[in-house]
Design a protein around this ligand. Sequence first.
Ligand SMILES: *[C@@H]1O[C@H](CO)[C@@H](O)[C@H](O)[C@H]1NC(C)=O
Ligand SMILES: *[C@@H]1O[C@H](CO)[C@@H](O)[C@H](O)[C@H]1NC(C)=O
Ligand SMILES: *[C@@H]1O[C@H](CO)[C@@H](O)[C@H](O)[C@H]1NC(C)=O
Ligand SMILES: *[C@@H]1O[C@H](CO)[C@@H](O)[C@H](O)[C@H]1NC(C)=O
Ligand SMILES: *[C@@H]1O[C@H](CO)[C@@H](O)[C@H](O)[C@H]1NC(C)=O
Ligand SMILES: *[C@@H]1O[C@H](CO)[C@@H](O)[C@H](O)[C@H]1NC(C)=O
Ligand SMILES: *[C@@H]1O[C@H](CO)[C@@H](O)[C@H](O)[C@H]1NC(C)=O
Length: 248
Amino acid sequence: MKNLFSYLFLFWFSLYCFIACTTSNIKNIRTDESALLAFKSLITSDPYGMLANNWSTSYSVCNWVGVSCDKKHNRVNSLNLTNMGLRGTLSPNLGNLSFLVKLVLSNNSFGGQLPKEIGWLRRLKVLSFDTNEFVGAIPPALGDLSHLQHLDLNTNHFSSFIPQSIYNLSKLEHLDCGHNSLEGTIPPMIGRLHQLNNLSLNDNKMSGLIPKEISNISLLETLYLSSNNFSGFPLSLILIIILIFYVI
Ligand SMILES: *[C@@H]1O[C@H](CO)[C@@H](O)[C@H](O)[C@H]1NC(C)=O
Ligand SMILES: *[C@@H]1O[C@H](CO)[C@@H](O)[C@H](O)[C@H]1NC(C)=O
Ligand SMILES: *[C@@H]1O[C@H](CO)[C@@H](O)[C@H](O)[C@H]1NC(C)=O
Ligand SMILES: *[C@@H]1O[C@H](CO)[C@@H](O)[C@H](O)[C@H]1NC(C)=O
Ligand SMILES: *[C@@H]1O[C@H](CO)[C@@H](O)[C@H](O)[C@H]1NC(C)=O
Ligand SMILES: *[C@@H]1O[C@H](CO)[C@@H](O)[C@H](O)[C@H]1NC(C)=O
Ligand SMILES: *[C@@H]1O[C@H](CO)[C@@H](O)[C@H](O)[C@H]1NC(C)=O
């Protein structure tokens, strides 16, 4: 009797494991595929037919143009659709690409607001949405991307303030929000971005004093703040401070 129970237990346990393991694997790669298909479904113009036939369920997503996979986990780790002339809005389902490290949509005509679900991409290191037609505020959820090193939102129509959460991204090396309609000031919290190499906020509607904490960023190499309404603390002084940091 005891034996029978152990056998039954073993049997159910193995069956449970088998189902749990196989379904979770299928779900993972299927999740990536359905996220990319949802993304494709909101593309309203694809003038060079880049995705039209190529992004087909007859092939593995890992062979789709602009998509790369991580060999170890067999999950999508990079989406790079630079210079493809694509027009449309971003599907919130992009947030399901949980192994994504690079998301690059540079030089297309994507518009609308950024979905807050992008903040779910916890492994993301590179986010480049430069030269598109995005509008509205930069979502505070971008501050959840704690591994982000490169954030490029240059040349869009972003408005309102840069969310404070951005200054929590302590690994950021490159922050480019130039050529938008951003308002507000640069907060002293900018000094928390110790890894920052490049900071571009040029051609916006920002104002106020440039905080002295900016001189705490010892790695800062490039600083573009022109064509805003900054006042007070002269820019030249900051550049001198940075130069002194360099010499030391
Ligand atoms: C999709 O494009 C990629 C890269 O250009 C290419 O390697 C692949 O063969 C294409 N797939 C199909 C089905 O056309
Ligand atoms: C994205 O793709 C373009 C052209 O296909 C390439 O020049 C660029 O280096 C890629 N960007 C990243 C971050 O991999
Ligand atoms: C932007 O993409 C278009 C194709 O849609 C291309 O003709 C143009 O050269 C690209 N611009 C840059 C700066 O690469
Ligand atoms: C993916 O994302 C969307 C929207 O964020 C959500 O509704 C959906 O349930 C998610 N999961 C899968 C497996 O697609
Ligand atoms: C920054 O991160 C800290 C700690 O993770 C968190 O408590 C705080 O709310 C964050 N600040 C913003 C503005 O998101
Ligand atoms: C910073 O800007 C310089 C010059 O503008 C450029 O050469 C360098 O690649 C940029 N660094 C990063 C991390 O993008
Ligand atoms: C930043 O610089 C200020 C002086 O400008 C200094 O008092 C402060 O200790 C520095 N903070 C850090 C974290 O280095």
